[in-house]
Design a binder for this molecule. Structure first.
Ligand SMILES: [Zn+2]
Length: 152
């Protein structure tokens, strides 16, 4: 970029100098040649400026996307602070609100697999064979089965 600017300015100075001194026809050819050189360098400079503006726009767009991702991550981290991983049934772990001491069927429980991927997915409860409790995630394939909720 600096090389193109320097070249264009050098041509402009040469053009100005020769124009001031141009008093006869022989110098007209020099003026035309320098003018052509100046025009081509100016065109190259304009082209380079356009490329840089496109690159700048692309980088601005990329920065905006990254800022969006960072905000989303920060928002999740803030939200995640309200939950803790707790054993809700024998060997069955789920994220529940920090203030829940005894998770039961009415407690909102979130999938640990999805939570590790920064996503809150509610575990849906259903009944399995032999009256077992089944928690399934709608966001992934996580599924856990246990006999009863752990009460503290
Ligand atoms: Zn899940």
């Amino acid at each position: 970029m600096l090389a193109e600017i320097s070249a264009a300015l050098g041509s402009a100075k040469a053009l100005l100098d020769i124009t001031k001194a141009a008093s006869d026809v022989t110098k007209q050819a020099s003026i035309a040649s320098i003018s052509l050189d100046f025009s081509s360098k100016l065109f190259a400079l304009t082209d380079k400026c356009n490329q840089l503006m496109e690159q700048n726009q692309s980088l601005k767009s990329e920065v905006a996307q990254l800022q969006g991702k960072i905000k989303k991550r920060d928002d999740f981290d803030l939200q995640a602070n309200a939950y803790a991983l707790k054993e809700v049934g024998a060997g069955a772990f789920a994220y529940v609100a920090n203030d829940v001491t005894s998770p039961n069927e009415s407690t909102h429980k979130y999938c640990p697999e999805c939570f590790s991927k920064r996503k809150l997915s509610i575990l849906q409860q259903s009944q399995g064979p032999e009256r077992q409790i089944v928690l399934e995630c709608g966001g992934c394939i996580a599924r856990m089965t246990f006999a009863r909720y752990i009460t503290s």
